[in-house]
Design a protein around this ligand. Structure first.
Ligand code: AHR
Length: 659
């Protein structure tokens, strides 16, 4: 009788008006591999104003006057010679001789009461929200005369005041002053206006402003909405701080983690390598304050439940830029940085670097398990340096898992050379990068099916479908790209015995200050949204499962693009659920009839669907949920599921496993 019913269902489904029929089989009882908790993670790089002006909630640009042009970000509207009150006051930069990191201070001279103004323009403005409170702090030291009061107000472009507060500077020496500003309006592009009462000379430094409403309410904290988007991904790991930023355009300007920890005002500001990278997207005001430094990255990883994965410079500047090399015999300080980082993250509070961590408020170790050596390096020069790091790390920290580079491309001579070398060296995890057209993603879901299972494990460390071309400013986070990534990711998942870490890149972009597109999350000074690609990542990472299952056509072939259909299946032993991912990249309805073998299943399946009619559709600030998951339910009859999958659709079937 059961057979007759199934036959009838099949007959109904074979009608061409109902779409192509695809008969699939899942073996629910047979775990083919364990899926690593690190399978879906996050790649963070300070590109597109992702840190300063983004995740790091500081609202003052150039708070310590340390940019290469020390007054960048600061305006003195009344101090130009055409102004009526041109002589009211002036700011000048004084270089302190005895401090190597925070060298500059801003000396303000107020000559009369005709209205000297100092303005900070923020990061493409400051986002303020009506009735929200903002913590202001600064260092000030009176030099002469009697400046009795300093006023701080939010103003919009029309000079309308949107909240005001003040401090009374009293002492002669450096004193920290704090006060609170409440915004009386919502404004995306506010500025901070500073005025003075009295005349005289006063020195200012570290003028800092944060919303009180940071992630976990931390001072010097992170933007809450942006961390929430990361948290919601339930990421397996957090890779930081990049990307090319690790390498620097020159060695002198590489990322050095030791300069990013300790008191924030002692962290040395550095020009961001993306400041001048693209002629079509110049960003002269892009610097790294390192307010978001290595301690904060570790803390963020802990907060969002992700394994920290720091990537360190290996003695090579970016090979797309200068390609400067540290001679092999001078590599020791670089290797020492790696060893010290492990001590910083994991060492006891009595170790020198463990103490630094502890003094910053985290006596407990961060329990770091992974370290990346080099970002996207290639050639023999990388291998030579990698070997030196590997030897030192193995000797002192044999349990640390090393992630090594395979260069910038997923194939070709550089890739093959690096992969061969890494196999020879028994590398543990290698980092592959692919920024390719959407079609490439659809055509390469089988990429890992034939990989050598005796070689290194794979970290798909940076990938994103490019709608136009790599680094084109016209690339869009459109539905075609996201859908193609969803299709490709079935291949990552089907190979979870080999692929142990994956991450989309880059992560963040400020709508008014980006250099690179596409990006997973877009934000402005007031709001943020996840792209269609974000929802693809989220659907995978929140349905990661613990065990890989096989899903195939009846003839045993994996579902890798036949009729535009892609699929993978996993079981979650912890929650007792089966997750089947199905992607229809075709423009036709696809019928699927799935036989679930060897385990009793619940009689209902939840369906999470991500779809859009038009492949060029995108999410936006105005329509952030245009492409976002919807939920529904379907019947599971006698361990069989039948459903139609609309054109251009990614869905996940969730079915409870019965005992
Ligand atoms: O994600 C943007 C850049 O692309 C990364 O910094 C680099 O690793 C890659 O080339």
């Amino acid at each position: 009788m059961k057979k007759i019913i199934i036959f009838f269902i099949l007959l109904v489904f074979t009608g061409s008006a109902n779409g192509q029929l695809n008969k699939l089989v899942v073996d629910v009882s047979n775990s083919k591999a364990k899926i690593q908790p690190t399978m879906y993670g996050i790649f963070f790089e300070d590109i597109n104003f992702a840190a300063d002006g983004g995740l790091y909630a500081e609202m003052i640009k150039n708070r310590g006057f340390e940019f290469e042009e020390p007054m960048m970000g600061w305006l003195q509207p009344n101090s130009n010679r055409f102004s009526l009150n041109a002589n009211s006051g002036v700011a000048e930069i004084i270089k302190e001789q005895d401090s190597s990191s925070n060298r500059n201070i801003c000396r303000i001279t107020i000559n009369n009461d005709t209205g000297y103004i100092l303005l900070n323009e923020g990061f493409r403005g400051m986002g303020i929200k009506k009735n929200a409170r903002y913590q202001l702090s600064l260092l000030a030291a009176k030099q002469s005369g009697d400046i009795q009061k300093i006023n701080f107000s939010f103003v919009n472009n029309d000079e309308k005041i949107m909240g005001i507060t003040s401090i009374m500077p009293d002492g002669q020496g450096w004193t920290t002053y704090t006060t609170e500003l409440t915004a009386t309006d919502t404004e995306a592009k506010a500025r901070l206006k500073i005025t003075f009462e009295g005349t005289g000379v006063i020195d200012l430094d570290m003028i800092s402003l944060f919303s009180e409403d940071t992630w976990k309410g931390r001072k010097n904290g992170l933007r809450k909405d942006l961390v929430q988007l990361l948290y919601d991904l339930k990421p397996g790991f957090l890779r930081f701080p990049g990307g090319c930023i690790v390498e620097g355009r020159t060695l002198a300007k590489r990322y050095q983690w030791k300069k990013t920890v300790g008191p924030v005002d002692e962290r040395t500001v550095l020009v961001n390598r993306w400041n001048t990278e693209f002629r079509h997207r110049p960003t002269p005001d892009y610097f790294q304050s390192f307010g978001l430094g290595f301690f904060e990255y570790f803390q963020l990883a802990e907060d969002i439940g992700a394994e920290p994965l720091p990537i360190l410079n290996c003695g090579m500047a970016c090979q797309f830029n200068t390609g400067e090399l540290v001679p092999l015999e001078q590599l020791d300080p670089y290797v020492q940085d790696a060893l010290d980082l492990i001590e910083f993250a994991n060492g006891s509070v009595s170790s020198p670097w463990g103490k630094v961590r502890s003094d910053m408020g985290h006596p407990k170790p961060f329990n770091m398990k992974y370290i990346g050596i080099g970002n996207e390096q290639w050639g023999q020069q990388y291998i030579e340096r990698y070997k030196i790091f590997e030897k030192a790390l193995r000797e002192k920290y044999p349990d640390i898992i090393i992630v090594s580079a395979l260069g910038p491309f997923p194939d070709g001579e550089l890739f093959d050379y690096a992969m061969d070398e890494m196999k020879r060296l028994n590398a543990e995890i290698v980092d592959e990068h692919y920024y390719k057209p959407p079609q490439w993603f659809r055509e390469n879901s089988t990429r890992y099916d034939s990989y050598d299972r005796n070689g290194p494990k794979i970290f798909a460390g940076e990938y994103a479908a490019q709608s136009v071309a790599i680094a084109s400013p016209d690339n869009k986070n459109n539905w075609e790209c996201a859908l193609s990534e969803a299709a490709f990711m079935t291949g990552l998942e089907r190979n979870a015995d080999l692929v142990v870490m994956t991450s989309y890149a880059p992560l963040f972009a400020h709508a008014d200050a980006w250099q690179w597109t596409p990006d997973l999350i877009w934000f402005n000074n007031l709001s943020s949204y996840g792209t269609a690609n974000y929802y693809v990542q989220k659907m995978y990472s929140t349905h990661r499962g613990t065990d890989l299952l096989s899903i195939s056509f009846e003839d045993g072939k994996a579902v890798t693009g036949q009729n535009g259909l892609y699929s993978s299946a996993v079981k979650d032993s912890d929650s007792g659920e089966l997750f089947i991912k199905l992607v229809n990249t075709s423009d036709k309805l696809q019928q699927v009839f799935i036989e679930l073998k060897n385990k009793k299943l619940a009689d209902k399946a939840d369906v999470l669907t991500l779809t859009s009619d038009n492949l060029s559709d995108v999410n936006s600030f105005d329509n952030p949920d245009k492409i976002s998951p919807t939920e529904s339910q379907i019947e599971v009859e006698n361990n069989h599921i039948k459903t139609g999958i609309d054109p251009y659709t990614f869905l996940i079937l969730k079915i409870g496993l019965k005992q």
